[in-house]
Design a protein around this ligand. Structure first.
Ligand SMILES: [Fe+2]
Length: 465
């Protein structure tokens, strides 16, 4: 007999319950005034499991939902749609879960054989060359209609894409308009194959290079500067044997250093130089830039495994205190043959989901933004001061903050910070807009949703008008 379809599963009936519906809210309730600069769409993507997963599965295995706050002359309309992946449709047809653990095909119902089991499109709503995509790091992008949010076919650049995966943390070059990307486990095998991909400003795949990583570990994010590319391999390792025996997809190996591979943008992947950094785990990049011979990478760094739901390679549970991320600057000196680096943390900048004023990506910059345990914060790299917007209700929690400039050529940091806040006491969510130069102050505007929003991972603001 099969298990019951709906059961009490951690994360499914968790603090923010899976919503399991698609929404349209025309003319959302707005408190305050939407700034004239905020004209366009905030797209976000995240997981929202339509059917309960197996016990002990991870939140990143949830079905992708793309949502949009559309701002039109001070009015806001909200829309959310599941990404209609092969996996989603198959389960919907079966009216139950038929896929097993995260990236473990050995745990699936036999009826799923040969289907695209992993591509949930749940990680980043990414807009480039007038097209919207739902990204997931082990798969090809699903294209999403930017007005209806309906799912369009998967996109492989007219068959040109050689990698089976594209990172969910691409970088857009604000100068050239290029989409820089990479593919980990590039040929679908859990090994050291990795590829670099560059897409030009018109959406054409113009560069692909293959290389080998020092070991088969996670690479969730990367940095691109005006002169260099920095790949990061973290000691959350993979093993086909482990998943075959029912173990987790990733396991932390405390013996391994983090490895950072640096190449020139105008060089080749054959010239990647690998730097080893012990007791280092990188989650997300805020920005990277090159100064002379030194390449700086600003990122959320913890001393150990930041993915606390994965054990170590010996099956020991992760100590959560090892995974607390602090914004840290890693500076790699390319002029020193000893592969030296410095590691400097930003005082009190503990948090995640780092972003910046993306007009200043890849170059020296001043301001960055993170969500913290009880609010959001702005980092000023010039004064090394942290400005914090704290929530009054300890049950509130922020999602990723996204910056919108006040006008096209406004000075760096002059604009607005947009982020969803889960109102834990009300089982509801708001979109909050702060003045980014006065984030300690009250919200400029609050867009109220009559329901909650599961944690989305990453999104993008697309200006219109
Ligand atoms: Fe991410």
């Amino acid at each position: 007999m099969q298990d019951a379809v709906f059961r009490e599963i951690h994360g499914f009936y968790g603090p923010v319950k899976a919503q399991r519906f698609e929404a349209d809210v025309y003319d959302c309730e707005v408190i305050g005034e939407i700034p004239a600069a905020v004209e366009g769409s905030l797209y976000r993507a995240g997981p929202d499991a339509f059917y309960p997963t197996l016990e002990n599965d991870v939140v990143i295995n949830g079905d992708g939902v793309v949502s949009e706050f559309r701002f039109t002359s001070g009015h806001v309309d909200f829309k959310s749609r599941y990404v209609k992946t092969e996996r989603f449709l198959k389960q919907r047809e079966a009216r139950r879960r038929v896929y097993g653990h995260y990236r473990n095909p050995y745990s699936d119902d036999p009826s799923t054989e040969g289907t695209d089991r992993d591509n949930t499109g749940n990680t980043y709503a990414f807009f480039h060359a007038n097209r919207l995509f739902a990204l997931r790091e082990d798969s090809h992008p699903h294209e999403i209609h930017p007005d209806t949010l309906e799912t369009l076919p998967k996109w492989n650049f007219n068959g040109k894409l050689k990698s089976t995966s594209l990172t969910a943390h691409p970088k857009i070059d604000p100068v050239t308009g290029e989409w820089w990307s990479f593919g980990l486990f590039a040929h679908g095998k859990l090994n050291c194959d990795m590829m670099l991909h560059v897409i030009d400003r018109d959406g054409n795949l113009v560069r692909q290079e293959e290389f080998q990583t020092p070991y088969a570990g996670i690479s969730h994010d990367f940095a691109v500067t005006r002169e260099h590319v920095v790949f990061g391999i973290m000691p959350l390792t993979v093993s086909d044997d482990r998943i075959k025996s029912g173990g987790p997809f990733y396991a932390y190996d405390p013996e391994l250093p983090a490895c950072f591979g640096i190449m020139r943008r105008d060089g080749t992947a054959r010239e990647i130089r690998w730097f080893e950094v012990p007791q280092c785990f990188l989650g997300h990049i805020m920005n990277g830039f090159t100064e002379g011979n030194v390449v700086h990478v600003d990122a959320t760094i913890s001393p150990g495994n930041a993915f606390r739901f994965y054990p170590d390679v010996n099956g020991k549970p992760t100590d959560p205190s090892h995974g607390i991320p602090t914004i840290t600057r890693l500076s790699f000196d390319l002029s020193n043959p000893e592969n030296t680096y410095t590691r400097t943390s930003f005082a009190n900048a503990t948090g995640e989901m780092p972003r910046l004023d993306e007009r200043f990506a890849m170059a020296p910059y001043r301001y960055g933004y993170i969500k913290t345990r009880d609010g959001v914060a702005r980092l000023d790299w010039q004064t090394m001061q942290l400005a914090v917007h704290r929530f009054a209700d300890p049950a509130d929690s922020a999602q990723e903050p996204v910056f919108v400039p006040r006008y096209a050529d406004s000075p760096e940091g002059d604009g607005y910070l947009l982020f969803v806040v889960n109102r834990g006491s009300e089982n509801r969510a708001d979109l909050v807009i702060l003045d980014a130069m006065n984030i300690e102050g009250p919200a400029v505007a609050t867009v109220k949703l009559p329901f909650n929003q599961p944690g989305a991972f990453h999104g993008m603001f697309v200006a219109r008008g």
